[in-house]
Design a protein around this ligand. Structure first.
Ligand SMILES: [Zn+2]
Length: 332
């Protein structure tokens, strides 16, 4: 009897959960960056294992990657840039555009698979097959400019997703929330003259951290003035500082903007144990941020949150951070 009741309760619990997509494809690990590079394939293996060990894998809807059509990449990137990137991979060059961007012959194909998988997720969220999703992709994207690879990034995944939502899915207002510890220079530059995409970033202060952009006074330009908001955080600061800035900067701005879909540039490199930054954000601090994002989305965006992996390099912490992240999406 007790078993029967438990089973019934489990069934109810299942019904209450969201249809959360999980974009993961082993081919994302075929983008090799060299022996001493922090953006390693093992990051994704850790994320997958963390979600599996937490018993969450069976509750997620798996999405596999397919390559993006170039016409969607061209919504953001110049054709000559795309061709340069493809040619560099074909010639098996190991570095592209900046010393940070180490790659292999497969990198171009894998970058297309990252975008393609995300656009599939966008379609499924917009048709209601999914409520929300986490896209565990490599390479990351938020530093990529329209015509330049930077900071481990080649195609700006989140920016392409935003433009695709507008061009293919008829969405007018897209909100992007970037909590990677580094400022998303590429994403900001792509949308800084545009009032239809609001870019919010919280990151380590640019005087102390790569890439040196994302100061408080960068608010956007021309028609986009007021639709970019940056919350720089000083080295050594942690949960309480993040909470204060998110309450004062992000929440009111997004309530006003009322985005129809929220995209997240989810970087986990502000964690206290991540060597990539001097921030002291805890695992619980990350959960608090994500909980606030899903609540924002519930009010403005019918719960539509598509989270896309950016940085996060502490292989010991990534499993729990990813598991908590998807659990919040499941229960949102
Ligand atoms: Zn980062």
């Amino acid at each position: 009897m007790l078993h029967a009741l438990c089973d019934r309760f489990k069934g109810c619990e299942w019904d209450l959960m969201n249809k959360t997509g999980f974009l993961y494809d082993e081919r994302y690990q075929d983008h090799k960056t060299g022996r001493y590079h922090p953006e390693v394939p093992a990051r994704l293996a850790c994320i997958y294992q963390g979600i599996k060990d937490a018993g969450l894998l069976s509750k997620l809807i798996p999405i596999k990657a397919s390559p993006a059509d170039l016409k969607w990449i061209e919504l953001v990137h110049d054709r000559p840039y795309i061709e340069r990137f493809e040619a560099a991979c074909r010639l098996n060059e190991s570095v592209f555009d900046s010393p940070d961007n180490q790659m292999c012959a497969q990198t171009y194909e894998i970058a297309l698979l990252a975008v393609g998988g995300i656009l599939d997720v966008v379609d499924q969220v917009m048709t209601g097959k999914l409520d929300n999703a986490f896209c565990a992709v490599r390479p990351p994207g938020h530093h990529a400019e329209t015509n330049k690879a930077m900071g481990f990034c080649y195609f700006n995944n989140v920016a392409i997703a935003a433009r695709y939502l507008q061009n293919q899915q008829g969405i007018q207002r897209v909100g992007i929330i970037d909590f990677d510890v580094h400022h998303g220079n590429g994403t900001q530059h792509i949308f800084e003259g545009d009032s239809t995409v609001f870019y919010y970033s919280i990151h380590e202060h640019p005087s102390f951290a790569y890439p040196g952009t994302g100061r408080e006074f960068e608010h956007g330009k021309d028609f986009g003035y007021g639709y970019t908001k940056n919350s720089p955080v000083l080295p050594g600061q942690g949960d309480e500082d993040y909470k204060r800035l998110i309450r004062s900067d992000l929440l009111p701005a997004f309530k006003d903007f009322n985005p129809e879909v929220i995209l997240v540039s989810a970087g986990f490199d502000a964690h206290a144990d991540d060597d990539m930054s001097d921030m002291k954000l805890s695992t619980e601090g990350f959960s608090w941020i994500m909980q606030n994002i899903v609540e924002l989305a519930r009010h403005s965006s019918k719960g539509r949150v598509i989270s896309i992996l950016e940085g996060g390099y502490c292989l010991e912490r990534l499993p729990e951070l990813a598991a908590n992240h998807v659990e919040i999406l499941l229960n949102a």
